[in-house]
Design a protein. Structure first.
Ligand SMILES: Nc1ncnc2c1ncn2[C@@H]1O[C@H](COP(=O)(O)OP(=O)(O)OP(=O)(O)O)[C@@H](O)[C@H]1O
Ligand SMILES: CC(=O)N[C@H]1[C@@H]2OC[C@@H](O2)[C@@H](O)[C@@H]1O[C@H](C)C(=O)O
Length: 366
């Protein structure tokens, strides 16, 4: 199947779109991929929708498939698909749609992603698989992370020696550990870039710490770091996942931007280190995916704490598109009835398939 996967991550930078050829077991071929950035106006609508969802905290209605923010998500995805198809021309069999996460509360079996999968299927004229986290949550799983099955397929594809770890550095960091005998352990380790981004944004200095420059020029504040680390989350074993706003900037508000960025970057590295300490055995290598791998200060701090780190790209993978490819892969697994989450990844009692299929409505096919 030729599948287009979409991911719009918690950093709110835009929509990642990637096409892969897959049967849901192996990646047969990588197709084209692109990032469609949100416009400034779109981003501010999504920031408000996120703030609103966090404030409501799941109480009362968050309009997930209707309303201005859901419309922004739909429009941006349609634009991304149009751009990709203009470059590509090939037919699509299926679309995997993640939606824009605005709230994640696994302890209440609640996760909210904005965007209307049915309208997307109609707009693209291709069936869509969405709601990939819902069945897992309903069965008592964390509903996240869901990329590990794809990390395992990538490890097979590149013939990587195990144990190996994949680390995604997005707004939040998530880790997949793959053992020699097919074991798979995964969880969110803590914030990746989310807090650094917020610190830079709060001071009107851009959207992120470009090149890790502020962090490189600052000093880690030991008191602030230890107060950030003072959460039972980091010491809890087993499946666990985070909302992007589970941690706050309170500990670093009085610091200069350089020291705040240095401290928050050290926080990311240290929490990945604490996660590494919980693994059954040390990975021979860490494969780093997501936007944080563009931050050399973060990459250095990580390597100092956990050992050898390679970017996904150094291994022939597309570090910026692994999540979008994963959503395509999971959509293919969903239609094949294959499991997408596992006891070791989200804590579900047994491997589970998931996702919901949205066809093209009658009027559109007539
Ligand atoms: N050149 C760069 N220098 C420093 N940081 C960068 C650079 N490029 C990207 N980043 C960081 O990567 C982030 C985006 O990463 P990514 O797109 O992987 O996140 P996401 O997919 O939105 O998040 P999540 O995986 O949590 O859903 C930016 O917000 C920024 O912090
Ligand atoms: C609820 C939600 O959207 N979580 C994201 C977020 O971003 C990174 C981390 O937190 C991860 O758990 C997840 O994304 C990827 C795609 C996942 O579920 O594997």
């Amino acid at each position: 199947m030729r599948v287009l996967g979409f991911m719009s991550g918690t950093s709110l930078d835009g929509v990642d779109a990637a096409i892969i050829e897959t049967d849901g077991v192996t990646v047969i071929e990588f197709g084209p991929a692109l990032l469609l950035p949100f416009t400034t106006e779109e981003r501010s609508i999504l920031v408000s929708a996120t703030e609103d969802a966090v404030l409501r905290d799941g109480r009362g209605e968050t309009p997930a498939v209707s309303g201005a923010a859901a419309q922004v998500v739909l429009d941006a995805h349609v634009r991304a698909a149009e751009q990709l198809r203009a470059e590509d021309g090939g037919d699509l069999d299926l679309v995997g749609f993640h939606g824009q996460t605005v709230l994640h509360r696994p302890e209440r079996r609640l996760t909210i992603q904005l965007g209307d999968p049915s309208a997307l299927a109609d707009a693209l004229g291709v069936p869509v698989v969405a709601n990939l986290r819902q069945m897992d949550l309903a069965a008592g799983g964390q509903g996240a992370p869901i990329v590990p099955a794809y990390h395992a397929a990538l490890a097979d594809r590149i013939g990587a020696e195990r144990p190996i770890a994949f680390l995604n550095l997005g707004g939040v960091a998530n880790l997949t550990w793959l053992g020699r005998d097919g074991e798979m352990i995964a969880f969110d380790t803590g914030p990746a870039n989310g807090l650094v981004d917020l610190a830079v944004q709060a001071r009107g200095l851009g959207r992120y710490d470009d090149g890790g420059r502020y962090a490189a020029a600052g000093h880690v504040d030991a008191g602030a770091l230890s107060s950030l680390l003072n959460s039972p989350y980091f010491h809890r074993a087993g499946a666990k996942s985070l909302d992007r706003y589970d941690f706050s900037l309170d500990a670093v508000t009085s610091l200069s931007i350089e020291d705040a960025a240095a401290t928050l970057t050290a926080f990311t590295a240290e929490t990945v280190g604490l996660a590494a300490d919980q693994l059954p055995s040390a990975p021979g290598r860490w494969v780093i995916c997501g936007g944080g791998r563009h931050n050399p200060t973060m990459m250095r701090a990580l390597a100092d704490r956990v050992g050898r780190c390679d970017t996904a790209d150094a291994l022939g993978l597309r570090g910026d598109f692994i999540e979008a490819e994963a959503i395509a892969f999971l959509a293919a697994r969903s239609v094949a009835g294959l499991p997408i989450t596992f006891p070791g990844t989200t804590g579900v009692p047994h491997p589970m398939t998931g996702g919901e299929r949205f066809g093209i409505s009658q009027e559109k096919t007539a």
